[in-house]
Design a protein around this ligand. Structure first.
Ligand code: UGA
Length: 472
């Protein structure tokens, strides 16, 4: 394996923490910095703070050896060759990314620079951030020869973050200086050379020693745009399929068949064509807004992104209308909600369409019993339990005596529910599925009224038989 490099990662959120342990996994020596003392203490004691496959094992293996946690950014800067900035870039009032954390980290790094360092922006940032970081460091009195700033966007997804990091579709390095590009190439060499994948205990994934990931070298500005454009394009794909699913509903076509038909065109591809209740999470809503705002500031008409956002917001309202159409009136109805997280296999509820829908249902006077395999604790902090909103221990407890059950998150656990048991628990067997987890005919055979996205609704076989015999 290539030579170990001293790396600092600033920020221990999803991207920072995953990057830190994965850099250790590929042989580097890492110090992970966070200004939140309680977070640092938790990480030092082995608590990962986020729900992520492989993360507990990797943290256990490397914490306090190849990965140290500290609040001391100056010390970490001095000890490292490359400093990755992976702090939050939240959305500000006007949709822009708020870059104040990035700026204050750049200032603090500047104060500790006394030998050549490469500063790497890994947070999702708008174009020109690289230039601003350079300018900020120079304004703090550091000679330009003492540092370079590189853009190295991260494309990992929550829930599969570790495998995504170690088995990337591509590694994008936006560097305007040769030594900085060379350092980044050395950092990722265990992946790009394929050496990592030959290790017997390598985390499994799509890359292999014979098919390692490609490192794409670009200008800093191009790399910044690659990140925003990638997320915006994926969000567009989702809004597109949601709009097509509405067309399917209006005509009686089936979105699953249509999406398959579209996705088999290799120019389009089948991924990110799952219809639902709209995209959420800490990235797509924020990044689409930020990209739109960047375009606006540059005087470029990118109204396509406004439409992407509009379709996404509408999708939740359409789902609420489906629930209403299934139940006639909503006030006083008892409803089970399965899923709080913004997608399956994560405990993250940021910008979760499920949370928005619960708020809409509560405003309509429904009482709700919610269940999620991992996100209840976080949801309770945002939506505290009340007589109108209770949290259940499992899906069957949530379904007990309800007028309808709604599926709002695509957890694998939900797709494997015991349908006869669910049927028995519910007062009325009405399921409104915002994630298309079930086959409509299976639901029909099990006696459910089943309403999903972009597919014809089905009614219990028994009801249809009764209707048929009444018509004779
Ligand atoms: C997303 C991108 O997929 C990552 O590549 C990127 O690195 C990350 O944002 C980021 O910028 O940090 P993530 O937010 O973890 O990752 O989640 P996704 O798996 O992309 O899902 C986002 C939302 O889209 C979820 O609400 C999901 O349910 C929804 N979605 C996804 C659909 O409705 N349909 C689909 O076909 C796919």
């Amino acid at each position: 394996m290539s030579k170990s490099i001293q790396i600092a990662v600033v920020g221990s959120g999803y991207v920072g923490l995953v990057a830190a342990v994965c850099f250790a996994e590929i042989g580097h020596s890492v110090v992970c910095v966070d200004n939140d003392q309680s977070k640092v203490a938790a990480l030092q004691s082995g608590d990962t703070l986020i729900h992520e496959n492989y993360l507990p094992a990797l943290l256990q293996r490397y914490r306090n050896t190849k990965v140290r946690f500290t609040t001391d950014l100056s010390e970490a800067t001095r000890a490292s060759d490359a400093i990755f900035i992976a702090v939050g870039t939240p959305q500000s009032e006007n949709g822009d990314a708020d870059l104040s954390y990035v700026e204050s980290v750049a200032c603090e790094i500047a104060r500790s620079l006394s030998s050549y360092k490469v500063i790497v922006e890994k947070s999702t940032v708008p174009v020109y951030t690289n230039e601003w970081i350079c300018r900020t460091i120079e304004r703090n009195g550091v000679a330009r020869s003492l540092f370079d700033v590189v853009s190295n966007p991260e494309f990992l997804r929550e829930g599969t973050a570790v495998a995504d990091f170690l088995h990337p579709d591509r590694i994008v390095v936006g560097a305007d200086s040769e030594p900085a590009a060379a350092l980044l190439a050395r950092i990722y060499a265990p992946l790009t050379s394929g050496a990592y994948y030959s290790q017997p205990d390598a985390i499994p994934g799509r890359c292999s020693a014979s098919a390692p990931p490609h490192l794409l070298l670009t200008s800093a500005k191009s790399a910044e745009i690659v990140k925003h454009a990638s997320n915006a394009f994926l969000a567009l794909k989702i809004s597109f399929i949601n709009a097509v699913s509405n067309l399917c509903e209006a005509t009686g076509a089936n979105i699953e068949q249509v999406a398959r038909g579209i996705g088999l065109d290799s120019r389009i591809g089948s991924r990110f064509l799952r219809p639902g209740i709209g995209y959420g999470g800490s990235c797509f809503p924020k990044d689409v807004a930020a990209f739109r705002s960047v375009a606006e500031q540059l005087g470029i008409d990118f109204n396509l992104l406004t439409e992407v956002e509009k379709i996404n917001a509408e999708q939740k309202k359409r789902f609420l209308a489906k629930v209403r159409s299934a139940l006639w009136t909503l006030r006083g109805k008892r409803i089970a909600v399965l899923g709080l997280a913004f997608k399956g296999e994560t405990n993250d509820i940021r910008e979760s369409p499920a949370i928005d829908l619960i708020e809409m249902l509560l405003a309509e006077g429904c009482s709700i019993v919610a269940y999620d395999p991992a996100a209840i604790e976080r949801a309770q902090a945002e939506l505290p339990p009340s007589p109108q909103l209770q949290y259940a221990q499992d899906a069957y407890a949530a379904a007990t005596d309800v007028d309808a059950l709604l599926i709002l998150t695509d957890w694998r656990e939900f797709a494997a529910l015991d349908l006869p048991r669910l049927y028995t628990a519910m007062r009325y067997p009405v399921v409104v599925d915002g994630r298309n987890l079930f086959d409509p005919s299976t639901m029909q055979q099990h006696g459910f009224t089943y309403i999903s996205i972009g597919r014809p609704a089905v009614y219990p076989a028994r009801d249809l038989e009764l209707a048929a015999s009444a018509a004779k």
